[in-house]
Design a protein around this ligand. Sequence first.
Ligand code: SKM
Length: 515
Amino acid sequence: AVARTLLCVPATARAPREMAAEVAAAAALGADLAELRLDRLAGFAPRRDLPALLAKPRTLPALVTYRPKWEGGEYEGDDEPRFEALQLAMELGAEYVDIELKVADKFIKFMSGKKPENCKLIVSSHNYDNTPSAEELASLLAQIQATGADIVKIATTATEIVDVSRMFQILVHCQEKQVPIIGLVMNDRGFISRVLCPKFGGYLTFGSLEKGKESAPSQPTAADLINVYNIRQIGPDTKVFGIIGNPVGHSKSPILHNEAFRSVGLNAVYVPFLVDDLAKFLSTYSSPDFAGFSCTIPHKEAAVRCCDEVDPIARDIGAVNTIIRKPDGKLVGYNTDYVGAISAIEDGIRATQPTHSTTSPLAGRLFVVIGAGGAGKALAYGAKEKGARVVIANRTFARAQELGNLIGGPALTLTELENYHPEEGMILANTTAIGMHPNVNETPLSKQALKSYAVVFDAVYTPKETRLLKEAAECGATVVSGLEMFIRQAMGQFEHFTGMPAPDSLMRDIVLRKT
Ligand code: SKM
């Protein structure tokens, strides 16, 4: 049987007593072990502090690390006192001790065979600049193995998300050879390495005790690893889904889809993919394991070109927000934004302006779309389908014109939109990222101009109430939240991903509960 990936919480407090409390908190969270970062302790005195930190019975097995400055830690002294502290930790029964590759031979000589049987030596290498080539990683691995390490640790830095695939290859290789390895890629672009390493057989992954207590860039919290990403259930057969975007950190899709997958017992995980180059991403993560993707700003239009087949409606819209890998490996693109957004706006209008008519409440109305990107195209297409007269407004006029021509409607600049008021009862839909977290004070249109609209929709859903929606409500307009579109497009996506009906009320409940 393959050993499951352990969850390690780094304890990084400045005082030993607090560090011990962190370990207890990590145990309560469900961690498997805690890393005692001795270099973080202020005024650390090994003979005084270590016996207390490692006193038995302990709540969790201990991984003892005393990281020097030259390897990204905080210890500034000579090797000798550091080695003595690590040796003492071993004598006190630490289950794991970490030593940096650069001094591993020296440390092992220092120990001169006195390493206790039950202590595992981790030999580590940290690269804070980049992720070396596959060949260089393989040679680094061989070098670490040659020291006699019990466990190999390689941490690199992602400059692009495709770097992580080389780390996955090393993990898979080590799994075949039964070499225990911790292989992680730091930075926001390396995030998936921390969640998906259980799939590829990583020995452990780090999760912080809470936000702000990370011991490395973009370390998730232990609670998110367990509760959002469900890492305890991730194994070699787990299918990977995720949201491709840039930025992507604000997306609620991981929270939503992971819980929805879990509710139907699907062996799948859903992660954020921070992607710069969509084509390169898709050709790198091309195995059947990477089974489907959501696609958000700014990649929805490029996604049309990257798919092998595109659903006719998505092709007409010119934007794809859902990509499925078929069993034959081909990528198929769909658009679930259009139905999600339009139905949300129609229902929003019907709720405040009840009618018995079965025709769309958008029919015949002047519908202004701000933005001409992927979401803008979906809204413009959808509104036109429902018989609205569509106007496109965009910061870059040429893009507005392009979409306007496609849809058969006029184009405006955002400045022109400020004084645009040809009639009463207009509908406004923002599809740009203006006002999205963290730029919550931004808004695409002045409050003064909002007075001309009867209905205002914002595709931005972080925050839940954008400045645009708040000001529109103050002007008396019917407002429709981007969350409603978000929920509905995700339901469509779930059906494409799983072939099962979406758990509608659960998905709605998750989004409303967690936002
Ligand atoms: O079209 C959706 C996409 O599928 C997911 C998403 C998100 O997670 O923020 C937003 C929209 O672009």
